[in-house]
Design a protein. Structure first.
Length: 289
């Protein structure tokens, strides 16, 4: 209020002075009045009291440009990281140190493929509803667990928990891409298609049976969680869930034994690769061992 009164006094003072002068001019001859009138001050300009513009209330164009650049860099960086991970996943079986694993997994897969039709028919007279529910709950539960890890870590500012969720979702995403590529390349019939022999390159490529997508993605997420927290009970829970999903896909006659076996192996190694490639020192005792 004091400031307003001060401003008002300043604004009115010239007018008061002018009125007083005018009263005196009434008693001055006209010639003298012409001499005095130029001495009267001009009316005050309102522009003198205009408030300065507030440039801090809104973001500047530079801030907007910086945010757009940061978002663009994040997107480009994520894409490059994903492409690099995919390239490393596909090239991993051709490394010299992977020869023993290649031979072992190849031998087991060949044996399972030979017995797949007979093994699948063992569950032809059982209800498949429970198996389908178990496999769905296990898969979506694993995806949800990874998401909850990330949100919890972000909310509580816990770097380890946040990394577990981020790498878990990253592993599941890579597993989804990898098994889709393999499905497209193999085109295998599902157990309930045709005579149930599981022929390769005879079925809808997107609905192909080899490998099991549920198994691949669940094992990828479970592998990251078990590596981030290398405790016995965590490993039992994570790998136990993944094993239950894989078996349910077989017992529900959605996949052959070889499908779930290969999916499980591929998923496990994808999760291990994502963890080893992107884990941060000091968060998990398994990092870069």
């Amino acid at each position: 209020m004091s400031v307003n009164r001060f401003v008002l006094a300043i604004a009115l003072s010239p007018s008061i002075t002018a009125v007083g002068a005018a009263q005196k001019i009434q008693h001055i001859p006209s010639a003298q009045a012409l001499v005095v009138s130029p001495l009267l001050p001009d009316a005050p300009s309102t522009t003198k009291f205009a408030q300065p513009e507030n440039h801090e209330a809104s973001g500047t164009p530079n801030d907007s440009h910086t945010n757009n650049t940061a978002h663009r860099s994040l997107i480009v960086g994520t894409i490059k990281r994903g492409v690099r991970d995919q390239a490393e996943i596909y090239s991993a079986p051709f490394h010299l140190k992977a020869v023993k694993w290649d031979i072992g997994v190849g031998a087991v897969t060949a044996g399972l493929i030979a017995t797949d039709p007979d093994a699948s028919r063992k569950f032809e007279d059982t209800s498949h509803t429970a198996s389908l529910r178990i496999s769905d709950v296990g898969l979506y539960g694993t995806i949800g667990t990874a998401g909850m890890f990330y949100l919890s870590g972000a909310f509580n500012d816990n770097a380890h928990t946040k990394e577990t969720g981020l790498l878990g979702m990253e592993a599941i995403a890579n597993a989804a891409v990898t098994y889709t590529v393999l499905k497209t390349a193999t085109g295998r019939e599902r157990p309930l298609v045709g005579a149930g022999n599981g022929r390769f390159w005879h079925y809808n490529r997107l609905g192909s049976s080899f490998p099991s997508g549920h198994s691949t993605m669940t094992w990828a997420g479970a592998s990251v969680i078990a590596h981030e927290y290398p405790k016995r009970w965590v490993q039992i829970l994570a790998y136990g869930t993944a094993t239950a999903v894989a078996f349910a896909r077989y017992s529900g006659r959605q996949h052959f034994p070889s499908d779930v076996f290969v999916g499980s192996v591929v998923g496990y190694f994808i999760g291990q690769h994502i963890f080893n490639a992107h884990c941060s020192e000091g968060l998990s005792s398994s990092c870069h061992q």
